[in-house]
Design a protein around this ligand. Structure first.
Ligand code: ADP
Ligand code: MG
Length: 143
């Protein structure tokens, strides 16, 4: 089902897991043409969160963001589907929930610009590196 089809990394961040909306977020993906090719729960260490968000290390919010991402369990997933990267970003909505369109995951579930419920890769190259950060090839189901 997912062989040769575009893949992207999705994370249900600790705020959304704490709110008990894993199921609603997964249902949104499944209801909008994205399939789950891998999924697991993780509780990132500060260092693991820093590694994942290394591209943002110079940003003023880096310390706070990585504290948040290591504050509780998160769900990491590989989503696959036609235009999975763009489709996921559309379903997520704008980074700042105050600017996110109605019906998007961030409008529905985010608390603020930092604790914004979901992560999604933004381009093919970042999707590849972000997927590899969490999943060895053998844990990604292509069948
Ligand atoms: P996105 O997740 O929409 O791709 P970015 O890549 O710009 O957004 O930022 C990564 C994450 O850093 C965001 O999802 C959010 O959790 C956090 N973040 C972004 N901008 C800010 C900000 N101005 N203040 C606090 N946290 C932020
Ligand atoms: Mg980003």
């Amino acid at each position: 089902m997912c062989a040769m089809i575009e893949k992207t990394l999705s994370i249900i961040k600790p705020d959304a897991v704490a709110k008990g909306v894993i199921g609603q977020i997964v249902a949104t993906f499944e209801g909008n043409g994205l399939k789950i090719a891998a999924m697991k729960m993780v509780y990132l260490s500060k260092r693991e969160a820093e590694g994942f968000y290394a591209v943002h290390r110079e940003r003023p919010f880096f310390g706070s963001l990585t504290d948040f991402m290591s504050s509780g369990p998160a769900v990491v997933m590989v989503l696959c589907g036609e235009n999975a990267i763009a489709r996921n970003r559309e379903l997520m909505g704008a980074t700042n929930p105050a600017e996110a369109d109605d019906g998007t995951l961030r409008k529905r579930f985010a608390s603020n610009i930092e604790q914004n419920a979901v992560h999604g890769s933004d381009a093919p190259e970042t999707a590849r590196t972000e997927i590899a950060y969490f999943f060895p090839e053998l844990e990604i189901v292509n069948g």
